[in-house]
Design a protein around this ligand. Structure first.
Ligand code: ATP
Ligand code: MG
Length: 579
C-alpha cells in the first residue's frame, strides 16, 4: 500500500478531530520549548552562584526552574489525555465502519473468513492504529523541534559545540536507522501468527460439542500448543532483535555524550567557557538522544500501523457482489415464486443447480425433495439472494429480485433453517428479534394463532423467561417452534423452511405441523423435506437430482400417476425419503 493511500485513509478518520490534534501539537510544542530553555536557566544559576550572587538574586532563576518543571508535567499529562481521546475517537469510528462493512459483505465472504480472523482485524489491527493515530504527528513533530532547537543553541555557543552536536545527532541517527528495519519484519510475522491462532481457537470453541463428543480434545490442545510455540518463538526473536537494536542506539548515545563532555572539559580548562556554559553544553547533548529514539519508536510504530492499515484498507476494499437493486418494490401479500432458466455454481465448473425453471402462484406451497447434496439448500440461498445465479432469473411477485433493495427483499422472506439462531436474552427479545416496537399482545396473539398457547405455558416467567447464549437449554424442536412464532410476527410474503422436521420427536412434531399449517395459511411457502409427511401439505412437488429438475408437478397429479417418482416413494411407504 502506498504511503499516500494510507495517509488519505487515516485523514478520513482524523479530520473530524483536527482541532484536538492542533491543540495536542500546541501543548507538546510548548513543553518542548520549555525543555529547550532549561539548560539556559541552569547556566545562569550556576554562573551566578559561582560569581557569588546574593541569595535573593538566585531566587528568580531557581523559581523559574521549578515552575517550568511543574508546568512541563502538567502539559505532558494534558497532552497524554488528549492524545488518548484522539486515538479512541478516531479508531472507534473506524471500528464501527469496519464492523458495518463486514456485516454487509456476502455470505460467501463469511464462509471464507472466520469470525476470529475478523475480530483480529476489527479490534487487533485497529488497536495498533490507535497508538499511531494519537502519537505520531505530535511526537515526531516535537522531536524534530527539539533536535533543531538543541543544534541552534549549540551553534549559538560556538561552531565547535555546534559541530560536535551535529556529529552526535548524525551518529545517533545512523545507529537508529541501521537497526530499525530489522524489527519491523519480525512484528508483522507476529500479527499473522496471532490471527491464525485466534481463528483456530474460535473455530474449535464454536465446535466444542463435536470436539468433546469425538474425543478430539487432544488434537485441539496439540494444535494450540504448536501454534503457541510458534508464536512464542516469533515473539522471542522480535524482542531479542528489539533489545539488540536499542543497545546499539544506547552505545551511540554514550559515545556522543562523551564527545561533548570532552569538548566542554577542554574549553573550560582553556578558559573560553564558564562552568555554567560547560554544564549547559552537556545537558543539551543529553537532550539530543531522546528525540532520536522517539522518532525511531514512532517509525517502528508506523511500520506496524502501516501493516495493520494495509490489511484494513484491503478489507475495506472488499465489495459485496450482492448489492441493493435499483429500487423496485414487491407487491403486498403472498408472493409468487418464479425461476427462469436458473443455473448456479459456487465454484467454476461445478454447477450445483442446472437450468431450473418453475412457477409457484401466490399462496401455494412447494415441497422440495432430493438426495443430500442435490442442491435444495442452494436453491433457497438463491431465493434469499445470498448468492446470484450465473444464468437465469429469480422472480418474487413477478419482480427480478436483483432489482430490489436487499432489506426490502429479506424483510418479506421468512426463513427457518435447521440451525435456528437464538440469542442470550429474554424470550420476548428472541421472538421480537430485539425490536421494542413489537408489543406483548402481538406476541401472544401470534402464539395463539399458531395454536401454541398451551405449549408456551412451560415458560414459567412468560416472555421474561431467559434464554441462554445461542439458545442454550432449548432443544432443536423447541427452537424451531420459537422460530415459527418469530416468523409469524414478521408476516412474510414467502416462507422457507429448510429440513424442518429432521430431528423432532413425534409429539413436538404434531404440534409443529399444526403450527406450520396455520402459519402457511394464505402464504406462499417453499419447504424442504426429508420426510414425506412434511410435504403432505404441498400443492406442488419438485424433485431435484444433482441440481436438475427430476420431477415437477401438482402433488395430486403426481400421486395419481403411478409412474411418478413421488408416488413410487409413497407406495414404497418410506418415511425417510431420500436418505
Ligand atoms: P442436504 O440435503 O444435505 O442439505 P442440499 O440438497 O441442501 O443437501 P446443498 O447444500 O444445496 O445440498 O449443496 C449442493 C452442492 O453444493 C453440494 O455438492 C455441496 O457440496 C455444494 N456446496 C454447498 N455449499 C457450498 C459452498 N459454500 N461452496 C462450494 N460448494 C458448496
Ligand atoms: Mg441442505
Amino acid at each position: 500500500m502506498s504511503l499516500k493511500g494510507a495517509l488519505r485513509f487515516l485523514w478520513t478518520y482524523l479530520k473530524p478531530l483536527g482541532a484536538r490534534l492542533l491543540l495536542l501539537v500546541a501543548l507538546m510544542t510548548a513543553a518542548t520549548g520549555l525543555r529547550l530553555l532549561f539548560p539556559q536557566l541552569l547556566r545562569s544559576l550556576v554562573d551566578q552562584t559561582l560569581a557569588g550572587a546574593p541569595l535573593p538574586a538566585l531566587l528568580l532563576p531557581a523559581g523559574l526552574f521549578l515552575a517550568g518543571a511543574l508546568l512541563i508535567q502538567v502539559l505532558r499529562i494534558t497532552a497524554t489525555m488528549l492524545s488518548e481521546r484522539i486515538a479512541w475517537g478516531a479508531t472507534n469510528a473506524l471500528r464501527l465502519d469496519l464492523a458495518r462493512h463486514v456485516l454487509g459483505l456476502d455470505i460467501a465472504f463469511h464462509k471464507e473468513h472466520t469470525p476470529g480472523e475478523l475480530i483480529e482485524r476489527i479490534d487487533g489491527d485497529v488497536t495498533t492504529l490507535a497508538g499511531f493515530f494519537s502519537q505520531f504527528v505530535a511526537q515526531v513533530g516535537t522531536s524534530l523541534l527539539l533536535i533543531w532547537g538543541v543544534l541552534v543553541a549549540l551553534f549559538v555557543e560556538g561552531w565547535l559545540p555546534g559541530l560536535v552536536g551535529l556529529g552526535s545527532f548524525a551518529l545517533n541517527a545512523a545507529a537508529v536507522l541501521s537497526v530499525s528495519s530489522i524489527t519491523v519484519k519480525a512484528w508483522s510475522g507476529i500479527r499473522a501468527s496471532s490471527t491464525e491462532m485466534m481463528s483456530f481457537v474460535e473455530e474449535r470453541i464454536a465446535g466444542r460439542e463435536e470436539v468433546k463428543a469425538l474425543g478430539a480434545d487432544g488434537y485441539v490442545v496439540r494444535g494450540l500448543v504448536a501454534m503457541s510455540a510458534k508464536h512464542w518463538r516469533l515473539r522471542r526473536r522480535a524482542r531479542f532483535l528489539e533489545t539488540t537494536a536499542s543497545n546499539v542506539t544506547v552505545d551511540a548515545w554514550v559515545l556522543s555524550q562523551f564527545a561533548m563532555l570532552l569538548l566542554a572539559f577542554f574549553l573550560y580548562r582553556a578558559g573560553s567557557l564558564s562552568l555554567g556554559t560547560a554544564m549547559m553544553l552537556f545537558f543539551y547533548a543529553d537532550l539530543l538522544n531522546e528525540p532520536v529514539n522517539t522518532i525511531r519508536e514512532q517509525m517502528d510504530e508506523m511500520q506496524r500501523a502501516r501493516a495493520a492499515l494495509g490489511r484494513l484498507v484491503k478489507l475495506k476494499a472488499v465489495t459485496p457482489a450482492i448489492t441493493d437493486g435499483a429500487g423496485a418494490t414487491l407487491p403486498s401479500g403472498p408472493l409468487s415464486v418464479t425461476l427462469d432458466g436458473v443455473t448456479f455454481q459456487y465454484e467454476e465448473g461445478r454447477p450445483v443447480l442446472r437450468n431450473l425453471s418453475f412457477h409457484l402462484e401466490p399462496g401455494q406451497t412447494l415441497g422440495i425433495l432430493g438426495r443430500t447434496g442435490s442442491g435444495k439448500s442452494s436453491l433457497i440461498r438463491l431465493l434469499c439472494r445470498f448468492y446470484d445465479p450465473q444464468e437465469g432469473v429469480v422472480r418474487l411477485g413477478g419482480v427480478d429480485i436483483r432489482q430490489l433493495p436487499l432489506d426490502a427483499l429479506r424483510s418479506r422472506i421468512g426463513l427457518i433453517s435447521q440451525e435456528v439462531g437464538l440469542f442470550g436474552g429474554t424470550l420476548r427479545e428472541n421472538l421480537a428479534l430485539f425490536n421494542p416496537a413489537v408489543t406483548d399482545e402481538r406476541i401472544w396473539a401470534a402464539v395463539a394463532d399458531l395454536g401454541l398457547t398451551e405449549w408456551f405455558s412451560r415458560f414459567e416467567e412468560g416472555l421474561d423467561s431467559s434464554i441462554g447464549p445461542a439458545g442454550g437449554g432449548l432443544s432443536a424442536g423447541e427452537a424451531q417452534l420459537l422460530a415459527l412464532v418469530r416468523l409469524s410476527l414478521r408476516d412474510p410474503g414467502l416462507i422457507i423452511l429448510d429440513e424442518f422436521t429432521a430431528r423432532i420427536d413425534p409429539v413436538t412434531e404434531a404440534l409443529l405441523q399444526t403450527a406450520v399449517d396455520r402459519l402457511l395459511a394464505g402464504r406462499t411457502a417453499v419447504i424442504i423435506a426429508h420426510r414425506l409427511t412434511t410435504v403432505e401439505r404441498a400443492d406442488y412437488i419438485l424433485v431435484l437430482e444433482q441440481g436438475s429438475m427430476r420431477e415437477w408437478g401438482p402433488r395430486s397429479a403426481l400421486i395419481q400417476d403411478s409412474g411418478s417418482h413421488y408416488s413410487q416413494l409413497r407406495s414404497a411407504g418410506r418415511q425417510e425419503v431420500m436418505a
